[in-house]
Design a protein around this ligand. Structure first.
Ligand code: HEC
Length: 249
């Protein structure tokens, strides 16, 4: 092949490449999984940082509409990662998925304005876990089977049936994450063949901190503010995992 033909050939190849992760290495997919998890975590943290405001029964308008919320997400992301979620050298796919995640957060804030701004109501159930689940559901509506995020947990810790682990997730909880020498916070990932094609699957473990224990701590069985029986967990215990699925082909 002469140089011109080689150029033409690579041009045609790039034109023929479908959107998505078909050409991506496992390392790039794991990076993308970490990116998606990082933005979800920042969103949950912004809810957490504004929980007292959200729960304030004496204040109507909380000034926390979708634009204000996204500005806080952007600031928190910058503080932690040194740049905004859409900054840097992103691939088209990365940009599209991050934009979808941000749009999902905006939709969840828009849809819950009435609840958040209701006066006379203290605890409203708008907490990080529920926010996260709603955002992941919105995200799925936007991106379809290309990418999926879910917060799941070992079966005995599951509160919402939607968070139940599937066979692969349960296998990692009972296998890798149960090994005493599994490094703390280390994700597990692999490519899995499914009926829908090859999927990159990743599970990033999450642990309870002190602030989680008002709901997930002890005494076990006592009903928490959200109406669920507490799990009796201790700080540092495995709480669950962020599960990411990316379509490979
Ligand atoms: C105000 C009470 C409360 C606090 C504080 C809280 N959670 Fe939860 N958590 C819940 C509720 C309620 C759900 C179920 C949400 C749903 O319906 O999707 C939940 C769900 C979860 C889930 C998903 C699996 C499941 O059980 O359905 C994980 C994982 C989790 N919480 C971890 C944490 C961690 C880690 C913290 C601290 C950083 C925390 N939670 C703090 C109430 C709380």
């Amino acid at each position: 092949m002469n140089r011109f033909n080689a150029l033409l050939f690579s041009l045609l190849l790039s034109l023929a490449a479908p959107p998505g992760f078909s050409q991506a290495t496992t390392e790039a997919l794991a990076d993308e999984g970490e990116r998606l998890a990082a933005l979800l975590r920042v969103g949950r943290r912004v809810v957490s940082n504004n929980q007292t405001l959200i729960n304030d029964p004496d204040r109507g308008d909380k000034g926390l509409d979708s634009a204000a919320f996204l500005a806080k997400v952007d600031a928190a992301y910058r503080a932690q990662h040194g740049q905004g979620p859409l900054d840097g050298d992103l691939s088209d796919t990365q940009r599209r998925l991050t934009e979808a995640q941000l749009a999902a957060m905006a939709t969840v804030l828009d849809e819950n304005q009435e609840l958040i701004n209701s006066e006379g109501l203290g605890f409203k159930g708008f907490i990080p876990a529920i926010f996260g689940r709603l955002v992941n559901e919105q995200f799925a509506e936007q991106v379809g089977s290309e990418a999926r995020l879910k917060v799941t947990a070992p079966m005995h810790l599951v509160r919402n049936r939607k968070a139940r682990p599937d066979d692969w997730e349960a296998g990692v909880f009972n296998g890798q994450f149960s090994q005493p020498d599994w490094p703390r916070s280390q994700a597990f990932f692999e490519t899995v063949a499914t009926g829908e094609g090859e999927m990159f699957r990743m599970l990033i473990p999450e642990y309870y901190g002190e602030t989680c224990l008002t709901c997930h701590g002890g005494p076990k069985g006592e009903v928490d503010v959200t109406g669920f029986p507490k799990e009796g967990a201790a700080a540092g215990d495995l709480a669950g995992a962020i599960s990411i699925t990316l379509k490979r082909e």
